[in-house]
Design a protein around this ligand. Structure first.
Ligand SMILES: [Zn+2]
Length: 143
């Protein structure tokens, strides 16, 4: 009980990976993900935003992905997170935004990641791939 922080961080990263990829693959609604995020403490929200920004960077988000993702996120195109992700190259300093903007940042970031990730799944990953996060158990699908 003396040092829960490192364990917590690990659990939070695992949970973030699952939530974000379920949203990206249509297995969980964005609203449900946003409400999970909104219940986290502010410092944990910052950890999640940094984690998801890392996924987005690995997926090579383009400005076009940014515009499509923002349109799907339900966040105004003029909001700070929307403007940042649509820059070329995108800016990823979402964790440094005021905490009042963190939920919007999460919605934008996950939506844009989903757009870029789905494009990759249809091209680079077509057929089969070794990305663990592209091979989640699809509970609702019949074989
Ligand atoms: Zn893949």
């Amino acid at each position: 009980m003396t040092e829960p922080s490192s364990d917590d961080g690990h659990t939070l990263r695992r949970e973030t990976e699952l939530v974000v990829n379920e949203i990206a693959q249509g297995l969980r609604p964005l609203d449900a993900g946003a409400s999970w995020f909104s219940r986290l403490a502010p410092t944990r929200q910052q950890m999640v935003l940094r984690e998801v920004a890392g996924y987005a960077m690995q997926t090579h988000v383009t400005a076009a992905d940014g515009r499509v993702g923002v349109a799907r996120s339900g966040v105004k195109p003029t909001a700070n997170p929307s403007v940042m992700i649509c820059m070329d190259p995108p800016r990823y300093g979402f964790a440094d935004l005021p905490s009042a903007e963190h939920v919007n940042a999460f919605r934008v970031l996950v939506s844009v990641f989903a757009v870029a990730d789905n494009r990759r799944r249809e091209t680079y990953c077509k057929g089969a791939c070794g990305h663990a996060w592209h091979n989640l158990p699809a509970a609702t699908e019949q074989p």
